[in-house]
Design a protein around this ligand. Structure first.
Ligand code: CP3
Length: 344
């Protein structure tokens, strides 16, 4: 099978610009909300391979998307490490037992695949449902992004505890990040063995670090992951996405990854000039465009497409996840516009 999404990642010819959307299976879809209700809560949905498959397929059935993404969460690894993940309505993720001391960090295992069988089962269930309709993206969080949740105990605005550890006790933080990198390598390896066709690493919070600290505490561990996964699966494309990472794109592109995700705060044309000869670029429509009228959505899609000069190597996406209050009709407008305007 030849897929535009995989070909674009490998900078091979495509029939048109492929598109998928971060959080394409999510709360903006009424059928997602119904399945989540049936599951009880979000983590029960993630832990049920049949239902995870059902919600993965929902956007595939509604829209002409070029890739499916495993329905799961980046916090499955910290959950399997025993931190007690729960989601409180409207407040996002929380951990009952956040990491506080060196002993806490020493105690966590550096490989948790045996407790993540539900994820690998979801991958194989989704693969059978997808057949050769579209490739399947597997993913994990970056060690730095996972560490922020594990140390803060949930979402944060200041990252006070994580940054205090970074400055007061960098060795302790490095120990955690190194363990997380090992567990992510094992996790992504098993996702590939279970059937995913490409991988993405979400570094949602890399952009809150200074340059030197970004390279030391975030990118070096994503580098370790790229090298570790490529050693086992040289042909599986890997995309790295540091949100707000616009200042670090050359360094990200030098890791040996295949694709680099960008948010909407950088110009696609400039990014293409900077790194487009080395890697594919994924992005970068402002997610807020999805609140506009269909005509404006189409016009904004055209603007993004017009910025990219190459024949291949662009994967259309939003610069971050689609938000819950978007009208699903606009998703159809978005996907169809990308295909219409980029058809060769
Ligand atoms: O469709 C897809 O993109 C695949 C599924 C997916 C989810 N989370 C489902 C989800 C993926 C790839 C993620 C990654 C993820 N999870 C990230 C990295 C990407 C990003 O958004 O920056 C992060 C930081 C998380 C952690 C997380 N999970 C948070 C902070 C939240 C709460 C915020 C929110 O949107 O409610 C979640 C919950 C979550 N993960 C939901 C979904 C569909 C919403 C849960 C619900 O149904 O209430």
């Amino acid at each position: 099978m030849s897929f535009d999404y995989i070909n674009a990642l490998l900078k091979k010819p495509t029939t048109r610009t492929p598109i998928w959307v971060m959080r394409q299976a999510g709360r903006y879809l009424p059928e997602y909300r119904a399945t989540r209700q049936k599951a009880g809560d979000f983590m029960s949905l993630c832990k049920n391979p049949e239902l995870a498959c059902e919600v993965t397929m929902q956007p595939m059935d509604r829209f002409d998307l070029d890739a499916a993404i495993l329905f799961s969460d980046i916090l499955t690894i910290p959950d399997a490490m025993g931190l007690g993940l729960y989601f409180s309505e409207g407040e996002g993720p929380k951990f009952e037992r956040p990491l506080k001391t060196l002993a806490d960090i020493e105690a966590i295992p550096s490989e948790v695949n045996s407790d993540l069988a539900y994820v690998f089962d979801a991958v194989s269930t989704i693969k059978s449902a997808l057949g050769d309709r579209a490739p399947l993206i597997g993913f994990s969080g970056s060690p730095w992004t996972l560490a922020t949740y594990m140390i803060e105990g949930g979402s944060s605005k200041t990252f006070a505890k994580t940054k205090a550890m970074l400055f007061n006790d960098p060795k302790m933080l490095h120990l955690l990040l190194d363990k997380l990198a090992d567990s992510v390598i094992a996790y992504l390896d098993q996702q590939v063995q279970s059937g995913v066709d490409s991988l993405m690493v979400f570094d949602t919070w890399g952009g809150v670090l200074s340059k030197a600290n970004y390279l030391d505490f975030s990118l070096s561990y994503m580098q370790k992951i790229v090298s570790g996964v490529k050693a086992k699966h040289p042909n599986t494309p890997i995309t790295l996405f540091s949100k707000n990472g616009g200042k670090h794109l050359s360094e990200i592109a030098a890791t040996g990854c295949d694709g680099v995700g960008i948010d909407w705060t950088v110009e696609l044309s400039e990014v293409e000039q900077q790194i487009g000869s080395k890697v594919a670029i994924q992005g970068n429509l402002d997610p807020a465009v999805m609140y506009a009228t269909p005509d404006i959505v189409r016009a904004e899609v055209k603007k993004v497409l017009d910025q990219f000069q190459g024949d291949t190597g662009h994967i259309f996406n939003l610069g971050h996840g689609i938000t819950p209050d978007v009208n699903p009709e606009n998703m159809k407008v978005l996907v169809d516009a990308v295909h219409e305007f980029s058809a060769k």
